[in-house]
Design a protein around this ligand. Sequence first.
Ligand code: AMP
Length: 311
Amino acid sequence: MLDNGRITNWELRPGCWIDWRTRGRCVIIATVQVVTSVAAATAEGRKNSKRRVLVPTMGALHRGHGELIRIAREAAGKEGDVAVSIFVNQLQFAPGGDYEKYPRPEADDDEFCRNAGVDILFRPSAQEMYAVDFSVSVEERSLANTLEGKSRPGHFRGVCTVVAKLFHILLPNSAVFGEKDFQQLAIIRRMVRDLNFPIEIIGAPTVREADGLACSSRNQYLNTTERRQAPVLRAALLQAQRLAAQGERAAPVILDAARKAIATAPLARIDYLELVNAETLQPIDIVQPNSLVAVAVFFGQTRLIDNIRLP
Ligand code: AMP
């Protein structure tokens, strides 16, 4: 449908039309308006008078994203609009990471958005988002120092920068983020507070496969054996939660039990497994009222994360 953000006539299907004011870079497919240029999205954002709820994603949409979109629809109300952004943000990938091979199934994502009742799909190119001499970024300097931030230096700088840009371009009233990436959610809340974005941040519960594995675009990297072993993350977190529910308070005991559970999967290699305060994200030795266990595990080159609140 779209060639590098431009539309060619032969690609037009019945029921689609082009807004020529945006020079062919904004198209409506059935009810989803697909926008690929920052200028068109910015103009649209300023013209929009409806309540807008944004769901930022990197695409390869799955049921987890679907739940975020459902929550966004609910928050937007009948009269509001739901915007989804799909942008694989190079800034948040480590050099040599999976940026190049990250899945980009555009036609499937279009279909997903259409079926999910999305109003606007913003899918800019990297060139649209970042000038060649791009030199400004947004950095959170407290919550980003632990867990994912420690394992992936610069990751949250990339996330905050792109989310700030999306907020400026699309001007949402609210935005929905998944609790699966709870550190990201906490950091975005902090950015919104500290930089005075007039945007409500809504957290969405983690959606899982039947065997407990959290849905993720990266699950498709797993081979059959890895996929069979991957639910061990959830099993380990549930084991930690069970122990805490039985009254265990000591982090080493709880984490040891979770580590043993992960060790039952021969292909699993723990990156980190930590008990943290869910507000400060700092490691703690004793379970507190607001505690959370976070885990990152490698299966081959694929890195999976998950977390659980403790009672
Ligand atoms: P991603 O496309 O992986 O960058 O994710 C986009 C948004 O979807 C983020 O807010 C994620 O936290 C959220 N998300 C990803 N997987 C899930 C899931 N299994 N359940 C709920 N939210 C998710």
